[in-house]
Design a protein around this ligand. Structure first.
Ligand SMILES: [Zn+2]
Length: 169
């Protein structure tokens, strides 16, 4: 549940650990949303029904609670799982920690955006700054998403070009 700004974490991480393919980082940055679509399709979580506009922000027409994909506790579990898989694949602590951090960045950005992220499961306290809940906050998050995404893509390709230079004859 959020914008394309999440991908920024993936683009920013790529030059830090070039041996991990970019698509792995991009998938990692959207892990929570991928799980949400998966869990919603098997009925474990409710599908969020909402309206979005720049004057009112996001209004949920049905209560959207997604503890399995977007709860803080499960997000930590998903991040640790990603770090563990990363360690099995790359046998490198730094790569695996970075992969876990990219997965967790999703929850942090959603924390700014939403106000309905469960700490644990159903009936646990809901957290989030909820910028989406007002028009001005929603506009801010949309611009913020685009700015961090553009910044991260720039960082990713500029670093690539620079590290590629010495290889040229
Ligand atoms: Zn999300």
């Amino acid at each position: 549940m959020s914008g394309i700004g999440h991908l920024a974490a993936g683009f920013a991480a790529k030059p830090v650990e070039p041996k991990i393919p970019l698509w792995v980082f991009l998938v990692a940055s959207e892990t929570n949303d991928i799980l949400y679509f998966l869990f919603a399709s098997i009925g474990l979580e409710q599908k969020a029904v909402m309206t979005m506009d720049f004057s009112q922000g996001v209004k949920y027409l049905t209560p959207a609670l997604n503890p399995w994909s977007h709860g803080l506790f499960m997000s930590i579990i998903w991040s640790l799982t990603a770090a563990f898989i990363g360690y099995l694949l790359y046998k490198d602590r730094r790569s695996s920690l970075l992969l876990g951090a990219v997965v967790f960045s999703h929850w942090l950005l959603d924390f700014l955006m939403h106000s309905n992220l469960p700490l644990f499961f159903n009936d646990s306290p809901l957290v989030g700054l909820g910028l989406e809940n007002s028009g001005i906050g929603f506009v801010f998050m949309t611009i913020f998403d685009l700015v961090i995404l553009a910044g991260a893509i720039f960082f990713c390709y500029r670093t690539k070009k620079r590290t590629a230079l010495p290889v040229r004859p």
